[in-house]
Design a protein around this ligand. Sequence first.
Ligand SMILES: Cc1ncc(COP(=O)(O)O)c(C=O)c1O
Length: 476
Amino acid sequence: MNKHVANPKPAAGKGGKSVLSERELLALEAKYCSYGDTVHYSELPKIFDGCEGSFLYDAEGRKFLDLQMWYSAVNFGYANKRLNGALKRQIDRLPQVASQYLHREKIELAAAIAQDAERKFGRKGRVHFNVGGAQAVEDSLKLVRNASKGKSLMFAFEGGYHGRTLGASAITSSYRYRRRYGHFGDRAQFVPFPYHFRGPKGMSKEEYGEACVKNFARLFESEYNGVWDPKGREAEYAAFYVEPVQGTGGYVIPPPNFFKGLKKVLDEHGILLVVDEIQMGFYRTGKLWSIEHFGVEPDVLVFGKALTNGLNPLSGIWAREELINPGVFPPGSTHSTFNSNPLGTAVALEAMKMMEENGYAKSVPSKGAYFLEGLEDLKRRHKIVGDVDGLGLALRAEICEPHDGFTPSKALVDRMVDEGLKGDLEYKGGKYGLVLDIGGYYKNVITFAPSLEISREEIDMAMALLDQLFARVTKK
Ligand SMILES: Cc1ncc(COP(=O)(O)O)c(C=O)c1O
């Protein structure tokens, strides 16, 4: 709560204009804004005023290096000229049109995504749009319920996150998101993900992945394990929802063999694989889709966030033709007024072209490796860093108690986030802030999602600022 801003004093405006001071704004926020639509991690919410590249700016012009980029919605950097330009051009040409009519950008965007999927997965399919990741997850639930003749049970992972609408939170592992609200019908059984750092000791990453698959396969060995009728050869579950690399769960990267083993079990039992790429898609991990690292083909793929570089909440799903053709999923199956809006589809189409041209498949793994080297160096020098890992520019640092480097320390990470937002870390004679995101099963993981356009110099700066931050929060 913002107790300390309860009686703000009005401040003089900037440049002669009457603008509210930060204190006044925070007082209004405390009174008039619902807290239910945010996560309000820091004690004093930070107000930003501008952005460019890898940086956010506050009203005083302080510069904050952003290492989370709006939870990966802004993969291509703030104020990306090419994408902003596409949006501006569309505003001047065809900014509005009802989604029952067509526009060129929607069709070209759907074709670009579906043709890419056909090349990569060898499967024909179609693309369906909505706004916001959770809404696209809802659409995918309708799709798999329809394909399975109404089954409302799903598998999903412990540590998994798929959004906060009622359907999406029913397949998201945290009970906290459901506790007050219950759920309609859909429900997931949560299965362990190969989170090696906190897995059983004495197993390699590969072995732990295999053990997780084996444990899952065991559910189908007998009808009395609760999910499978061997006589009818039918599972009670329609689909398995996966994030190939867990996002909110703390950027947990499974071993390369894991999804192949899992998919085999799903195929043997007629269960669909739904891949949630909302956070890890669009080259965050060095490939368009993070599932491409793992050698399996999805039945349904859900995307959102960086599709428009955060300029428009466009989201969507790609699904195999058999699941989504108009004969089985007719007009009106889902609909939202803004679903394939021309501003969003125009930016997204430009983003798809840019991704093809910009060589992210090469630059992201190499920048990621450089970033990870920096994190490994920090781990060697700070006892609180228990684990670091990364795939492309999705990286993690797990913060632990200094005495064992293993017991999760949410308190230290919370302090890091708050200290980072003060904007007083030093680098080459200047003062900077750091924008960090927290994830993990124990909320003790810094989940790094820097701009894919981040420079090596900015990565050096990130390491220097993190070094100071780690020292500051552990100072007695
Ligand atoms: C993997 C994943 N799925 C779904 C969602 C929900 O997307 P949105 O917040 O746009 O509703 C998120 C958001 O962080 C996500 O990371």
